[in-house]
Design a protein around this ligand. Structure first.
Ligand code: CP
Ligand code: NVA
Length: 304
């Protein structure tokens, strides 16, 4: 069966663990190597990854491109607006054509449903590189970063403070699979989607109070209050007043709590410079780990 990587709740817990372990192992195995050198096993040798972007990207774009090269393969990158997709060619026809030309496709899309439609027709692995609904690749890198610094993720408590958005959804999807607890603090009008919340089961708690959420938490996470595609910037800034992560909020978490942010950060909005650049911040490791996590996702897809 073709191995798609669309959402974390659709993967077996064992598969998530295998992917995370492979990400750790691949990072360890190439410490000190030049970034362009391929891993010893080169599991993507002779494979081509296509990447389609409907939205902006720095980390996802560069990490997947570096990842496929380190796995021994090659990439083709296109902005959707430059493709016939941008002139109305159906998603399904695009999927049929690309399945004849490349070995896997990563898509960053405005609409989650478009990625689902693509995957229903594609005969090669399809990877969700962020949609309006979820960002599963990011969460692998985040969990990997937590494990590097604080040990196994099972049993940890993560506090999400801010918008109940796509990144938050993927954290909720992962919580029951990997056995951690997630406390989400968000304003009432910006809570996570209830279907996604339900996927977290009793591993996810919702609150309106950031201080409640971070009490005893091992990890504090936030993200922009205005995601790509959101238009209500002023209303959001007002609604999220009091939800910014600053040193006082970090002090209310566990004594050795760490801070994560998928980036890009809006300094002075959802997080202060002092936290982002401070000793509890792991955001640069987190960004680097996108490469290692993406390699593990690709290796898993190609092993199918
Ligand atoms: N975190 C993340 O996905 O970053 P980009 O939007 O730069 O890809
Ligand atoms: N929630 C953000 C994440 C960016 C990586 C967005 O969708 O814009």
């Amino acid at each position: 069966m073709t191995r798609h990587f669309l959402d974390l709740h659709r993967l077996e817990a064992e598969v998530l663990r295998v992917i995370l372990d492979d990400a750790h192992a691949r990072k360890q195995a190439r410490k000190g190597w030049p970034k362009g050198r391929a891993d010893a096993d080169a599991p993507a040798k002779d494979r081509v990854l296509a990447m389609i972007f409907e939205k902006n990207s720095t980390r996802t774009r560069f990490s997947f491109d570096a990842a496929i090269r380190q796995l021994g393969g090659a990439s083709i990158i296109a902005n959707a607006g430059d493709m016939q997709l941008g002139r109305g060619e159906p998603v399904e026809d695009t999927a049929r054509v690309l399945s004849r030309m490349v070995d896997a496709v990563m898509i960053r899309a405005n609409s989650h449903e478009d990625v689902e439609r693509f995957a229903r027709v594609a005969t090669v692995p399809v990877i969700n590189g962020l949609t309006d609904r979820s960002h599963p690749c990011q969460i692998l890198a985040d969990l990997m970063t937590i494990e590097e610094h604080r040990g196994p993720i099972a049993g940890k408590t993560i506090a999400w403070v801010g918008d109940g958005n796509n990144v938050c959804h993927s954290f909720m999807h992962a919580a029951p699979k990997l056995g951690f607890h997630l406390t989400v603090a968000c304003p009432a009008d910006y809570h996570p989607d209830l279907h996604d919340l339900a996927k977290g089961g009793h591993h996810v708690t919702l609150t309106g109070d950031p201080r409640d959420a971070v009490a005893g938490a091992d990890v504090v996470v936030t993200d922009t209050w205005v995601s790509m595609g959101d238009s209500d910037y002023e209303a959001r800034l007002e609604a999220f007043d009091g939800y910014g992560v600053d040193d006082a909020l970090m002090d209310a978490a566990a004594a050795d709590a760490v801070f994560l942010h998928c980036l890009p950060a809006h300094r002075g909005e959802e997080v202060t410079d002092a936290v982002l650049d401070g000793p509890r911040s792991l955001v640069w490791d987190e960004a680097e780990n996108r490469i290692h996590a993406q390699k593990a996702v690709l290796a898993w897809c190609f092993a199918g």
